[in-house]
Write a protein that binds this ligand. Structure first.
Ligand code: EPZ
Length: 426
């Protein structure tokens, strides 16, 4: 397995480009299953999570390939095995997003329950609630969700998708995709408003769907008989952009971040400015500058447009060096704190209190061997290592590769000192 050796502290400068969004690409790839023909997707990042979904889609009978411009081609003409294999889904829980499209297209589908992961349980009860509301019969068999549509197809309805932690992103995606081929009108109340869901809805409308209320918590869908394959470029990855912004801040640098839509990151920009970091729109991206001391800030993660849970770990690393105490409350995945112990190994002063962490700012972080755990916690360790004194070793770098394409090849040109080494059994 690979490890990172990261020297710090470093200063960053110049400009870095954000890739296409993993969390937009995954449900859009699943949406391609709704129609026969070849869908072509631009700006789909080369990530292990994307590769796992490609494997799942090929497993159900579709053809998947990349052309020389790195565009992803999905030919969903023949689906002869509407089955989400546990051996694949357990490696990438977002595989659950094939449930809705396959049920709508094929009338019957079996998809493995996702199971838990480092950031907590990954229940799908709201996905099931929504599909049942559309008329599906659903039961569990040996860890698989078995869903069957009525003989005449799914039936449009009004459905509420709110849960104890707010809306559900992939739950909204599943119900939205299924509703496009249901008979009649569907209204989704308490839909996820994440930009990735808006991008999915825009792609579905290119396929011939009739979706209204895009970007709002109330989506309306007029069912159609048939959709057609389409071409689309996925939006920029706002979480990768936020991660790079935090990288500039924690290293007290000035950095241009290209291909970044600040409208998708207003909560994170608000916190950065509160911390004393300058963030200015710049020619299709933004420029981030941090020179003086970092001020404290309190953060509570919420569904979009609130502060994204996917930036919580990165901002915890940043606030570890602030001048005073900050409080971070995780309201989406209350157990999403695997990075706390690892950051404390680097001399951070973090104390977990239930769904909150008290961040007592320290003057400096100190390099140490640490363990990556989940995708975003791993990114937080990279940020901390770039600011820490000495050489940090991060084990299990595959977690980072799930969501950041060769991050060292993109950060080193702007000043990072990251070396990837392959260490058997690491
Ligand atoms: C998506 O996961 C993202 N993944 C996650 O990003 C992100 O953290 C999450 O949304 C929240 O923004 C993708 O888009 C591929 P949820 P998803 O359903 O859809 C509870 C990353 O780092 N819930 O919105 O699986 C759930 O337990 C990943 O890129 C139910 O209770 O998340 C959680 O507490 C990590 N019942 C909350 O809702 C359900 O049926 C939000 O989960 C579904 C969810």
């Amino acid at each position: 397995m690979d490890i990172f050796k990261i020297q710090g502290p470093v200063k960053l400068s110049g400009s870095i480009r954000v890739n296409g969004s993993k969390n937009a690409a995954l449900p859009i790839m699943a949406a391609a299953l709704l129609a026969p023909g070849e869908t072509i997707l631009e700006s789909v990042p080369q990530l292990s999570d994307i590769g796992v979904l490609c494997e799942l889609i090929e497993n159900i009978g579709c053809k998947v390939s990349r052309d020389e411009q790195r565009r992803l081609h999905i030919d969903a003409t023949n689906i002869d095995n509407p089955f989400g294999d546990y051996e694949i889904v357990r490696r990438m829980r977002a595989g659950i997003c094939i449930l809705g499209p396959l049920l709508a297209r094929c009338g019957r589908v079996e998809v493995s329950m996702p199971g838990g992961c480092a950031i907590g349980d990954r229940p799908v009860d709201i996905h099931v609630r929504g599909l049942k509301a559309l008329g599906a019969q659903i039961h569990l068999k040996n860890g698989y969700i078995v869903a069957e549509a009525p003989s005449g197809g799914l039936i449009g309805t009004e459905v509420f998708l709110g849960g104890p932690f707010g809306s559900t992103v992939l739950g909204t995606a599943n119900i939205l995709m299924a509703a496009t081929l249901a008979k009649g009108k569907t209204v989704i109340e308490s839909a996820a408003c994440e930009p990735e869901i808006a991008d999915l809805a825009n792609f579905l409308n290119k396929m011939g769907a009739k979706i209204g209320g895009i970007g709002s918590p109330r989506l309306t869908i007029e069912g159609v008989k048939q959709l057609k394959a389409a071409e689309h470029e996925v939006i920029a990855d706002r979480i990768e952009a936020g991660t790079f912004m935090a990288a500039a801040a924690i290293t007290r640098s000035k950095l241009k971040i290209d291909n970044c839509n600040l409208d998708h990151l207003m909560a994170a920009v608000d916190r950065l400015r509160n911390i004393g970091v300058q963030v200015e729109k710049y020619n299709g991206g933004c420029e981030v500058a941090a020179f003086g001391e970092l001020r404290t800030a309190d953060i509570t993660t919420q569904p979009h447009p609130g502060f994204p849970t996917d930036l919580q770990a990165q901002f915890m690393a940043l606030l570890s060096l602030a001048n005073g105490n900050s409080v971070i409350i995780e309201k989406i995945f209350p157990d999403r704190f695997m990075h706390v112990a690892e950051l404390n190994r680097m001399a951070a002063n973090l104390r977990k209190e239930g769904p909150a962490v008290i961040v007592a700012g320290v003057d400096r972080l100190i390099a140490a061997p640490v363990m990556a755990s989940d995708l975003r916690a791993s990114a937080a360790l990279v940020l901390a290592a770039m600011a820490a004194e000495g050489t940090t070793i991060i084990n299990r770098v595959y977690h980072i590769d799930r969501g950041y394409e060769r991050i060292e090849q993109r950060l080193n040109p702007v000043g990072a000192k990251i070396v990837r080494e392959s260490v058997p059994g690491a």
